[in-house]
Design a protein around this ligand. Structure first.
Ligand SMILES: NC(=O)c1ccc[n+]([C@@H]2O[C@H](COP(=O)([O-])OP(=O)(O)OC[C@H]3O[C@@H](n4cnc5c(N)ncnc54)[C@H](OP(=O)(O)O)[C@@H]3O)[C@@H](O)[C@H]2O)c1
Length: 166
């Protein structure tokens, strides 16, 4: 199963928080939903799931929604998994071939620690946050990529698509 991380950072390298004043630019959300539809799924951590749920009914997301959590029981229109390995197993069992890892930082870290990152879509928003969340991994090993493409989105966002060298 191919794992694709989808990350939006500020210009000073912090993870943009959806409920912060600036929020995630609409052009990014639109691009993300296009990728969800193309992959057929999105994997989010329990905290990101709660942020999403406050904004959008899960049934409106154009793919299977997998929520990574050790604490949640069953929830409507999503599948709860206890580990990155289980997330990938569930998606493979459903015949999907890509896992879109939608964050947040704890979840990116969990998949990085599991060694699961084949592609990275990185958006850089034109803002300096000064402080905030960072992607953290226990295995602090560098992971290198080839640059596939760069685009410019509305709102001054730079978008880069990277792939692990084969
Ligand atoms: N800029 C972006 O690209 C982007 C994308 C997504 C989210 N965000 C922002 O990121 C923030 C939330 O990120 P976050 O790091 O606090 O939380 P998160 O990654 O969304 O969720 C963290 C939760 O996921 C579960 N989890 C994490 N690792 C796990 C593992 N190895 N096994 C089982 N469960 C695991 C735990 O849930 P339990 O506590 O239930 O066990 C943990 O509390 C929000 O502000 C959101 O807006 C930004």
């Amino acid at each position: 199963l191919k794992t694709i991380h989808y990350v939006t950072l500020t210009a000073d390298g912090y993870v943009v928080e959806a409920d912060a004043a600036a929020g995630v630019p609409p052009a990014i959300l639109q691009h993300l939903m296009g990728l969800v539809a193309a992959c057929g799924d999105i994997v989010v951590g329990r905290r990101t799931y709660e942020v999403l749920l406050a904004q959008t009914p899960m049934a409106a997301i154009p793919g299977t929604v997998i929520v990574l959590s050790r604490t949640l029981g069953a929830a409507q229109d999503v599948t709860i998994v206890r580990s990155p390995a289980e997330a990938l197993r569930v998606l493979a069992d459903r015949g999907l071939t890509s896992a879109l890892i939608g964050g947040g930082p704890a979840t990116y870290g969990a998949f990085l620690d599991y060694g699961a990152i084949d592609e990275l879509h990185l958006n850089v928003a034109p803002v300096l946050a000064g402080s905030g969340l960072r992607i953290a991994s226990l295995q602090a090993q560098p992971v290198g990529f080839d640059l596939v493409s760069v685009d410019r989105l509305e709102g001054g966002v730079i978008q880069a698509h990277y792939r692990r060298p084969s």
